[in-house]
Write a protein that binds this ligand. Sequence first.
Ligand SMILES: Cc1ncc(COP(=O)(O)O)c(C=O)c1O
Length: 337
Amino acid sequence: MDEKVEHIIERDEKALGSSMKIRLFPLVAESAKQNIITDVDGKEYVDFTANWGVASTGYCHPKVVESIKKQAEKNTFSSYTTVLTESGVELAERLIELVPGDFEKKVWFGLSGSDANDCIAKMVPLATKRNRIISYFGAYHGQTMGSLSMSGHTAQAKFVGSGNVVKIPYPYCYRCAFNKNREDCKLDCLQFLEEHVFKTVCPPEDTAVIIVEAMQCDGGDVVPPAEYMEELEKICKKYGILLACDEVKIGIGRTGKLFGFEHFNLTPDAVVFGKPIASGMPLSGVVARKEVLDAGIATHLFTTAGCPVSTAAANATLDVILNEGLIQNALEMGEYI
Ligand SMILES: Cc1ncc(COP(=O)(O)O)c(C=O)c1O
């Protein structure tokens, strides 16, 4: 390890708690451009990780930087809870336009994927007057109490979450929970949902929402069979259960479509986004049926959410992703890799 890197790592070990760390390599960033991170000793790294899927526009894209600078010179902060900004409204309108669904939608802004998934955990039960939630083994929805309750990941196995969440197996055909092969299976995992889960611990008439990653990321990068997702939507419709897609990691162009669920014939009632939306400035959000996000005034809000620097960064990020061929590039590179 070079001298400066080593010294800063020693200081970090003393000063910062391990609860906020996943340290996979000794990297202390000084600057970053496009896909290159330069450390404090001048060593360059090609970033194949996109920093946990956030750096979809690369580092310091000139359009994003310009938009942040312009906004920061005017005003670095006002709380969207009370003082609205044009860039916030513009971003919300664009998201409503971009998310499919022939029904009235609204937008909620937060700071991280976790608080956005908490929005689902709180607002859908409130809106539907049904208190149960279904989520998946292997799911990762975040670290706050609502989102960790819906997660089924080993990372949160040490915590006891909220008791209203029932978890079902993800359609992971390579390691099928029902020991089936795709060829001899009749979507047994969905039969399990209807025949066992609904008939025992989670009556469908009490179930507000099923939250799913249209491709399970931290659970192993699992792509479900298309029929599963489509049948799941039918089951939701049959019982009046809302379907929420967590797009925090696969959304905003990463999979070669704007949203990962667009690989399936699916129209979710709520879409959760985060990570790359503002090129790393803190911003997350939910686009959902109007009645979900209007279910109660001041029921899920964060003081710094929707801050103008973040919404300005997000508008520029969307411009770059939509207008500079990044989605097509993701598709082509995905095929190639
Ligand atoms: C699918 C998914 N949802 C939610 C989250 C939580 O996002 P955040 O870490 O920004 O709170 C993550 C983070 O990795 C994620 O991958």
